[in-house]
Every structure is written in C-alpha cells, then in structure tokens.
Design a protein around this ligand. Sequence first.
Ligand code: GLV
Length: 367
Amino acid sequence: MEVTNVMEYEAIAKQKLPKMVFDYYASGAEDQWTLKENREAFSRILFRPRILIDVSKIDMTTTVLGFKISMPIMIAPTAMQKMAHPDGEYATARAASAANTIMTLSSWATSSVEEVASTGPGIRFFQLYVYKDRNVVAQLVRRAERAGFKAIALTVDTPRLGRREADIKNRFVLPPFLTLKNFEGLDLGKMDKSNDSGLASYVAGQIDRSLSWKDVKWLQTITSMPILVKGVLTAEDARLAVQSGAAGIIVSNHGARQLDYVPATISALEEVVKAAQGRIPVFLDGGVRRGTDVFKALALGASGVFIGRPVVFSLAAEGEAGVRKVLQMLRDEFELTMALSGCTSLKDITRNHIITESDKYRTVSRL
Ligand code: GLV
C-alpha cells in the first residue's frame, strides 16, 4: 500500500524490526506523557490563513548558520541507525544531501564521521555527548571538524539517561555485530549487556554528569565550529546559552526520552525565542510529523526544525529511498501549508498565521 504520510512508516518499521530495536527507537521516558504531548500540542495550534494572495511561486529556501538549504527541515541526530537498516547513517547522509538539507550525525552512530563524510558532499552537523574523558571529546571534535562537519549540536539534557522502561525490560544493548564507530579506536565502541538498559549503563559509566555552562566555553576553545545547545526548554537557559557564546539553540526534549512531564517542545518554543531576542537562531525538534507542524514552529519563531524518528522508521522500511520519501513528503506538505496560508516565502510566516491555546486564554481574559 502506498505510503502517504510520514507517520505510516512507524507501523512498517514495527513489523520489520526486532522488538528490542523498534522499542528503543519508539519509546519515551517513564509514563511517556511528553512523548504523546509532543504530538498533541501541535494539534492544539490552529491556523489563521490569509486568502487571495498570489501563491503561484513558493520559496522554501533558508540559511542555517550561513549555509543555504532547500527547506527549513533538517535531520536530527538519532543513534545507531544500522540497527534500522544495514546502510544506516550512509543512507541518511545520502538522502539529506539529495534533498539539499542538513544531517546531524549522532555521537553514537554506527558509522564514523569519516565514513559519513565519504558518502560525498553535504552539509553536516555533529551531535556531541561529552564523555568524562575529555581527551576522547577533544579527539572526536577534531575528527568531525577535519571530516568537514560544520557545527556541533551539544546535547545538554543527558547527564544520565532517561528511564525508558521498554529498554529495561528488553535489556537493550547494541547488537554485537555493530559498534559505536566514532569510539571504536578509543575502546568505547561496545556496549556491555547489563541488568538494565545497556545504554543507560554505558551512559552512567562514560558520560560526564558534571557538564556545565563553563564547558560550553571550553568547547569553544577546542573548536572553531559553531555550537548549538541542544536541549533548552526555558527562557532562563536560553539567556545563559546566549551568554555562553552558543551559535544557536535547539529547543528539544530529546524526543521525550529524558525527563518525562516536560512540556512539548512546540509549547516551550515561544518563551525560548523571546528570551533569545533574535541574537541567535532557535530551532526545534520533537514531534514534527507534518508540514503543518513545520509551519507552526516557524510561526512561533523557529528558524527551522529537525526530524528524528521519521528518519529511523523510514530507514527501517525502505533504506535511503524511505528517508528521501520522508523528506519529500514533509517538503510537499509544508509547501502546501504555505500556499493555503497565503505565504510565499519563510519571512511571510508570522505569529498572526496561527492561534495557540494561550492566545485563546488571553482573548477570553480581555472580554
Ligand atoms: C540517544 O541519544 C538516545 O536518546 O537513546
């Protein structure tokens, strides 16, 4: 049956993948309240479309950290993509390049920065986990830079791994035929089986829980790549990110996999955008499944969005072709949303094109 939207890949992936692998990609933390809310919050935002505007030409291009891309839809880092498909990160990198957009490679990829670079030209960011051993971090950042990666997306919401109960039940572990390729030579590429989620144990052993704002400054001393702080959900932290020299912010709740009962990213976006005061761009990931979601994020001030699970699920279903199709479907839907709202370029998308729950309360209190 023909796939007509990106959500449909999830069911196909579920059929194809071993339960341990599917559950790892699909699950959120604890009650998975935030997982559901990441989607539901989008559905509470409605449009205020404008009519009788010539929409015969629509320009979706944009510039991210100085790099021109075809649309404000980019690929979020998701770990261990070779569990989804043998081509893993290679396929994702090729699909992103073909669509002229940015791919973010996970630290925990099953392909190395050099291998991903070898797939050909493309604008790529590198998602960084800070290990206790700072030599490991420094080496990895240097390798990413040398391999042509253009920015670091620093994950700041994971001093410990969130509690994903499916992974605990399944005793999730990286399958033995795969390695965390970026760490292979550093002897940190394997994950031991444990009585818990193997990944949670790996994080507890290797990831630096003492990470703080001063390390954002430290990172700037070891690389000239711009740093995006990924995992900001409040105005307070948005201001600190600006002060710390970040080049941008990614409003993210880590696909609802870390702290449960944080708001949906689309609900937190506006406060972060206001606090950033236009000094640095603000991006969003979490729950983006429709072109309308992309539009809503831009209307609330995002400079672009990143998609995660749709990439791994489509990869599982159809490899590179699946990821290409996901990017194309979102692009087409976003273009249609722009046309039907009366916007011909991204700068035409304004706060007045949508109405949120908080707008409704404000209107009521004015009456
Ligand atoms: C990896 O970043 C994960 O959330 O599992």
